[in-house]
Design a protein around this ligand. Structure first.
Ligand code: ZN
Ligand code: ZN
Length: 411
């Protein structure tokens, strides 16, 4: 087999075996762009080899998505077909694993009326709410990966032809997912272990607050709720089967207290939000809520994101990623959150993972809310890591510990 073909097969295997960790007689659902059909066939092949009893593909296509936005009337976007969620819940109830391939053109909807996009995002947020519990609560195994598409690759590597751009993006994805190492499966085991060790340390300290500062102006104090849990590396589904939800993943994360965020934070990488870029922005928080924001690029898009509902104006995630992470080292802005969030410390507007707090997956929305867990239709990461970022944690007893210094782990 040719070298590239070989790697492609290995990447598909890694996704099935380490990402989803597919079990015998388990169904698999793959959400994928039609442009990736060859790779999706490989995923299906290895899934059946691992014992899948059914593989269902949920296809999408950027060109068709854009045509719809250009031509369909406004009302169509307000309506989210119920069968879409029913299909996903049908498989979730059968214990399926869910692979999502995120590869959209970061500028696909640049010229589309932002109001149309906002309405569509809100409708799908509401329409998929019940299904989201299966993944956000780790009831089912899930894994987000990416493969290059021509449009996406050309936005990342602007100065070369499309074919070369796709090759370069494959190369970057292989490096970011440790596929360039001799034994990627072993390398992932070690990597997962090191993220788990950091989480253990942070969990033992039970920090009360984290203070973020950076020379770009960031000065933010984040309170962590009682019983918060740091997670990193692998997760476990309801049956106790380990899976890796994001490949790549470099983060160790938990949730802020919904009402305990104060100060200002500056973005350090562009955010690709559903086919539009938001860049060069700052956000000010008071008692958890966004009270002021300014974006040099995509200000209106950011406004629409924060206006989805009340919870979108509060934070649901704080994640630590060293500035020297392999993805960051590649020095490529991927314009794709899966990669960019794993190259940088980040926060997320919107819903917190219930698994970020003790017994959270068993609690109702009301119970979670009382503990300071934010709820929203959206969950959108944005990047704030910089080369001189400092994070100082303070414990309940007032002990101060430097967690990050000059953008790197200090513990
Ligand atoms: Zn994250
Ligand atoms: Zn996130």
């Amino acid at each position: 087999m040719e070298k590239f073909e070989h790697k492609l097969n290995e990447y598909a295997k890694l996704t099935i075996e380490v990402g989803i960790n597919l079990q015998k007689d388990q169904p698999l659902v793959i959400s994928a762009p039609v442009e990736g059909v060859e790779f999706v066939r490989l995923l299906a092949k290895y899934a059946y080899e691992a014992g899948a009893n059914d593989v269902f593909i949920n296809w999408s296509d950027d060109t068709l998505t854009k045509l719809k936005y250009e031509n369909a009337p406004f009302e169509v976007f307000e309506d989210f077909p119920k069968w879409k969620q029913d299909t996903m819940i049908y498989y979730a109830e059968k214990g399926a694993g869910f692979i999502s391939i995120h590869s959209d053109d970061p500028e696909l909807l640049k010229d589309i009326d932002p109001k149309k996009i906002a309405v569509a995002n809100k409708a799908s947020g509401i329409g998929m709410k019940e299904f989201r519990k299966y993944t956000m609560n780790d009831i089912n195994s899930w894994c987000v990966i990416s493969i290059p598409t021509k449009k996406w690759a050309s936005r990342v590597f602007k100065d070369v032809d499309e074919e070369t751009a796709v090759e370069m993006l494959w190369d970057a994805i292989f490096k970011a997912t440790r596929m360039d190492l001799d034994n990627p499966v072993e390398a992932w085991k070690e990597h997962v272990k090191s993220l788990e060790d950091r989480s253990t340390f942070l969990n033992e300290k039970e920090f009360k607050t984290l203070h973020f500062t950076s020379s770009n102006g960031t000065d933010l104090v984040i309170d962590l709720p009682e019983g918060h849990i740091w997670q990193g590396g692998a997760s476990k589904n309801i049956k106790g089967i380990q899976f890796v939800a994001n490949m790549p993943t470099e983060e160790v994360f938990t949730l802020p207290h919904k009402n305990g965020v104060n100060g200002v934070v500056y973005s350090t990488k562009p955010l690709n939000y559903g086919g539009n870029l938001i860049d060069d922005f700052k956000v000010e928080f008071k008692e958890g809520k966004v009270v002021n924001f300014e974006a040099k690029v995509g200000h209106e898009i950011l406004k629409d994101l924060l206006d989805i509902d009340d919870g979108a104006k509060y934070l649901g995630e704080v994640a630590l990623v060293p500035y020297s992470s392999p993805i960051s080292q590649a020095n490529i802005v991927f314009l794709n959150t899966l990669f960019d969030e794993n190259a940088s410390c980040h926060l997320a507007f919107g819903r917190a993972y219930p698994t970020s707090i003790k017994n959270g997956e068993k609690m109702s929305d009301d119970e979670l809310s009382k503990l300071g867990v934010n709820n929203s239709l959206t969950h959108e990461d944005f990047m704030i890591g910089s080369e001189d970022l400092s994070i100082i944690g303070e414990t309940k007893d007032g002990e101060k510990i430097q967690i990050f210094k000059d953008g790197e782990w200090a513990i």
